[in-house]
Design a protein around this ligand. Structure first.
Ligand code: ADP
Ligand code: MG
Length: 227
């Protein structure tokens, strides 16, 4: 049926019944330190290893921070293109955003400029920064919608990360993966849940995951109550 794209995390691919559906957009949600950036890097490095063109757009951490943190976990970023739109960068995206709305045409032109057309995987980390830069919830929704439309034009499989509890983002993507720390009998356990996945069956259970010296590992055959 649909062509699948591996996330680079075996256990997560299993929960998704083979991976993400190609050329769609997905959301990775979770609080700070839950592993959103690490999960994103698995996805990109997996593509790079398959000879795909992959682009990481950071709206949050500066490029050197991302490199330091990810290389410490053993990721080879030599074939991952990094676009630095973090607040500390010289990039004008925040100036363009603050107080206003970004229309689809502007964002399409921007993405074309920054990324180009011929790309297989894109990560935007995180859209929380888009909320911070937008001056109201209404303008944020407008900007997010514009971004989703512009992304569609790239014909790439994309991951957006978000730290927000809100459900606004959920409606605009084809699938949502949630990372959180849950309390199991008084013990904190990291749990990953696929909240939604359009066009596919998926494992609806919360599954334990770990962040190890080699990155994120998901245990698709284990219950969070067993760890
Ligand atoms: N070598 C490691 N072993 C275990 N945990 C690690 C290691 N390196 C980083 N971490 C954990 O990874 C988390 C950061 O992951 P990251 O993807 O940057 O989170 P997020 O993007 O969701 O804020 C932190 O909670 C940190 O404790
Ligand atoms: Mg992060």
């Amino acid at each position: 049926m649909f062509e699948r794209v591996s996330t680079g995390i075996e256990g997560l691919d299993k929960m998704l019944r083979g991976g993400l559906i190609k050329n769609r957009a997905y959301l990775v949600k979770g609080g700070p330190g839950t592993g959103k950036t690490i999960l994103s890097m698995h996805f990109l490095v997996e593509g790079a290893n398959r000879g795909e063109r992959v682009v990481y757009i950071t709206l949050e951490e500066a490029e050197y921070e991302v490199r330091e943190n990810m290389e410490a976990l053993g990721f080879d970023l030599s074939k991952v293109e990094i676009v630095d739109l973090s607040p500390s960068s010289e990039n004008p995206i925040f100036k363009g955003l603050i107080g206003g709305r970004l229309d689809v045409e502007t964002l399409e032109a921007m993405l074309n400029d920054l990324v180009g057309k011929d790309v297989d995987r894109v990560v935007i980390d995180s859209v929380t920064m888009l909320r911070v830069a937008s001056d109201s919830e209404v303008n944020y929704r407008f900007n997010l919608l514009s971004l989703m439309k512009a992304l569609r034009g790239l014909n790439a499989t994309s991951l957006l990360t978000s730290e927000m509890e809100s459900k606004v983002e959920d409606y605009l993507v084809s699938g949502v993966i949630e990372l959180r720390v849950i309390d199991v009998k008084g013990k904190p356990v990291r749990g990953l849940r696929v909240v939604k996945m359009r066009g596919s069956d998926f494992d609806e259970n919360v599954r334990p995951y770990k962040i190890t010296s080699g990155g994120l590992v998901v245990y698709p055959d284990v219950s969070v109550f067993e760890v």
